[in-house]
Design a protein around this ligand. Structure first.
Ligand code: NAP
Ligand code: MG
Length: 496
């Protein structure tokens, strides 16, 4: 087993920021939340509630209703009625107005939503405030603009909505994933039944309040909270026309099997194992920032995280030294503190999974490096971690860890870098760092992934389609491609 390196950096003791926490009171949470069906908050049929807790303190934040099959059936009935009765008949520009209104209320309540997101899910407030919430609002604004322009988006073709969309989302970007699903579905004239993840339901329930405030016709959006079985009930419901799922590859495969032989449409956004490729001609300090952002952002709970680093052999030593120095400055701790870089791991189960991989990596012979940053006593924490000398066959280079853990490998030639980057079952994203434009184009065209960033990482825009290759799923979200996933598109004089 490789020896564990200790970090000798003194950043922790040299100086520190004073704490600058947001108040948890800003979240304005209720003690309990019901299901949002047909425009109203209603009690679950089975009368069951579950606790949602804070991963940084393990305190219970609220009780949340658990929807069973009967509740899902009610939600689908409400969505069907709203689809037939109002939403699909509404003038597209009117649909757009509702979406604009939702976007504006999100902006007005963005501080409350950001604090709720960080409390419930563990991500640093700086991210929920500066990344998640602005992107959530911009997704609604962007799709509001499309609602009455679909005939331009699909010029020469006829488009019509699919009907009722069943949507299932994970815990890493709870409100952002809800926005990615709901905004395009509504803009294209569909109605929705959506299920947030069990560990992060609160911002979806606040979105339900916003939807009420925006006066959306009842039943257009229904939000059913619960566990995996609630999601399964949506997938199996015969009156759902489309399933949009974001989550693990394992559950994505299950859903695909369940839907085989039905005429339901399906899009899957699944896992990833992206490589950040750094060439010797890259701006190294800039690359270090990109690598840190790529894997330590949101505790590595990012499907498109740059969880592998491929560095050209000639600069490997320098780059790794700079990376270790930078890691020594990262603050791990209270998600509500504005100084925090790395927040809490979302759940005890996820922390266990990550810790399992830390053991696997060392057993496989990779060299582990962790900073000696102090961790709070309560809560789920994992310090930023490097695995040096990882090999292509190591599980830490092949499997999605979904934590702040980076596997580092070297390469000598451009072809070797491309081969290594593509040697994974996934294909969601990638990063290329070079000073040479031609090299950036050559490499990014050959990376088999839905998104490849050049000299940057983890940048998102609602106009840009996002999605995977291979086991990262299929279908796109965002941009014109994302609209198409919620439409029947008929070619002039033809059928779809
Ligand atoms: P997960 O277990 O697949 O859960 C995702 C969602 O599916 C949750 O709402 C979950 O409910 C629900 N679910 C669980 N079992 C189900 C079933 N049999 N039928 C229908 N729904 C079911 O994934 P996770 O562990 O929460 O999330 C992490 C994974 O998501 C990672 O692998 C990550 O790569 C992937 N992800 C991908 C993207 C992307 O855009 N490609 C984005 C984010 C995350 P519960 O929460 O109650 O279990
Ligand atoms: Mg929670």
């Amino acid at each position: 087993m490789a020896k564990k390196q200790k970090n000798n950096l003194k950043f922790d003791t040299d100086w520190q920021y004073d704490p600058a926490p947001e108040s948890p009171e800003l979240a304005k949470l209720n003690d309990s939340y019901d299901l949002f069906i047909d425009g109203k908050f209603v009690k679950p049929t089975g009368g069951k509630y579950f606790d949602t807790t804070s991963p940084s303190s393990h305190k219970t934040l609220a009780k949340v209703a658990e929807a069973d099959k009967r509740d899902v059936a009610k939600a689908v009935t409400a969505a069907r009625k709203a689809y037939e009765g109002t939403w699909s008949r509404l003038r597209p520009s009117e649909r757009g107005k509702y979406l604009f209104r939702i976007a504006r209320v999100i902006q007005e309540r963005s501080r409350e939503l950001a604090v709720t997101e960080s409390l419930d899910g563990g991500k640093p407030i700086r991210e929920s405030r500066d990344i998640d919430l602005p992107l959530v609002a911009s997704h609604f604004f962007y799709h509001a603009g499309w609602a009455d322009k679909l005939s331009y988006a699909f010029a020469g073709r006829k488009v019509s909505p699919l009907g009722v969309a069943g949507q299932i989302i994970p815990w890493n970007f709870p409100l952002l994933m809800a926005a990615w699903k709901i905004a395009p579905a509504l803009a294209t004239g569909n109605t929705v039944v959506i299920k947030p993840a069990e560990s992060t339901p609160l911002t979806s329930l606040k979105l339900a309040e916003i939807i009420q405030e925006a006066d959306l016709p009842p039943g257009v959006v229904n939000i059913v909270t619960g566990a995996g079985s609630t999601g399964e009930a949506i997938v199996r419901h015969p009156d759902v026309d489309k399933i949009a799922f974001t989550g693990s590859t394992e559950v994505g495969k299950l859903i695909r099997k369940t839907l085989a032989g039905t005429d339901k449409r399906l899009t899957l956004e699944l896992g990833g194992k992206a490589a950040n490729i750094v060439f010797e001609d890259a701006a190294l300090d800039q690359a270090v920032e990109g690598i840190v952002n790529g894997i330590f952002f949101n505790q590595g709970h990012v499907c498109c995280a740059g969880s592998r680093l491929l560095v050209q052999e000639s600069i490997a030593e320098t780059l790794v030294r700079k990376l270790k120095d930078r890691m020594g400055t990262l603050v791990v701790g209270d998600p509500l503190d504005k100084n925090t870089d790395i927040g809490a791991i979302n759940s005890k189960e996820q922390l266990k999974k990550i810790q399992g991989y830390l053991k696997v990596g060392q057993r496989e012979g990779a060299e582990i490096f962790q900073t000696s940053c102090s961790l709070p006593k309560r809560g789920n924490w994992c310090p930023p971690t490097l695995f040096l000398n990882a090999s292509q066959s190591h599980r830490i280079s092949q499997e999605e860890i979904f934590g702040p853990v980076l596997a580092v490998q070297t390469f000598r030639t451009v072809d070797e870098a491309i081969d290594k980057a593509n040697n994974t079952p996934f294909g969601l994203s990638g990063g290329v760092w070079t000073d040479k434009g031609a090299k950036a184009f050559h490499v990014s065209e050959r990376i088999k992934a839905g998104v490849v960033w050049t000299n940057t990482f983890n940048k998102f825009d609602p106009a840009s389609p996002f999605g995977g290759y291979k086991e990262s799923g299929f279908g796109r979200e965002g941009g014109r491609h994302g609209l198409e996933a919620y439409l029947n598109v008929i070619e002039a004089g033809g059928n779809r």
